[in-house]
Design a protein around this ligand. Structure first.
Ligand SMILES: Cc1cc2nc3c(=O)[nH]c(=O)nc-3n(C[C@H](O)[C@H](O)[C@H](O)COP(=O)(O)O)c2cc1C
Length: 221
């Protein structure tokens, strides 16, 4: 697969097949992803790969915390507000997601059920959790994490796997910390659900939009 095809062909996957991934495939993806760039080659990331019984335990407990309306305490604060253009895109994306499942805007019950499925990682058989040392959870190191996360998602796509980068997976970091034995001094940045995509499912097929270049590129000279 060429690079442009990989970049344009990747999409967020929100329904996974009930099929395990061989550890070698996950290892191959991480093996290649480690060639991502980072500030001064610091490579300050750690990755925790959670599968099997440990993942089932996580998914069940994560879902339970959500159902019980437990207040979330993410290590990396969620944005409190968006600039107008971003908010509009965020809302548009949500509408497309719900529309794909025929969920009406006012159907709070169906929306909640979707959030509950999300807390179960849409049945993904693997969760990869990048962490960073607490003293290094600064903007540039976060940029490094973003670079390797996208690299990983593209490599997974190249292997026929699907990914979903998930803030929703790390809303209860103490749970992940306990299950994956993550030291107290590491910040859990985000989760990446990984698995074989259910390509026929509506939720994996809705049209996504992107801003036109005119909206965000400023040519100089
Ligand atoms: C940092 C980050 C956090 C995200 N968290 C979630 C999430 O919790 N739930 C979800 O369904 N999608 C999540 N996404 C996926 C975005 O919604 C998705 O990337 C965006 O809508 C663009 O769609 P695409 O990935 O299909 O191109 C997240 C993406 C990023 C980069």
């Amino acid at each position: 697969m060429n690079i442009e095809a990989a970049v344009k062909g990747r999409r967020s996957i929100r329904k996974f097949l009930n099929k395990d991934i061989s550890p070698e495939v996950i290892r191959d993806i991480l093996e290649a992803a480690r060639w991502s760039p980072s500030w001064g080659n610091t490579q300050s990331w750690n990755f925790h790969v959670i599968t099997g019984e440990s993942l089932v335990r996580f998914k069940e407990a994560n879902q339970r915390l959500l159902i019980d309306d437990t207040p979330s305490t993410p290590d990396i604060p969620m944005p409190e507000s968006w600039p107008d253009a971003c908010r509009l895109r965020y809302n548009d994306m949500g509408r497309r997601l719900y529309d794909s499942l025929g969920i009406a805007r006012r159907d709070t019950d169906a929306r909640r059920k979707l959030r509950i499925k999300m807390a179960y990682l849409f049945d993904a058989p693997c969760l990869i959790v990048p962490t960073i040392h607490k003293d290094n959870a600064v903007e540039y190191a976060m940029l490094d994490i973003g670079l390797i996360v996208q690299t990983l998602c593209l490599l997974a796509h190249g292997q026929g796997l699907g990914t979903l980068i998930m803030a929703a997976a790390v809303q209860y970091p103490d749970l992940i910390r306990e299950i994956a034995s993550i030291p107290e001094d590491r910040r859990i940045v985000v989760g990446i659900a990984l698995g074989y995509p259910d390509l026929a499912h509506e939720i994996n097929n809705f049209e996504r939009k992107r801003a036109h270049l005119d909206e965000f590129v400023h040519w100089v000279g």
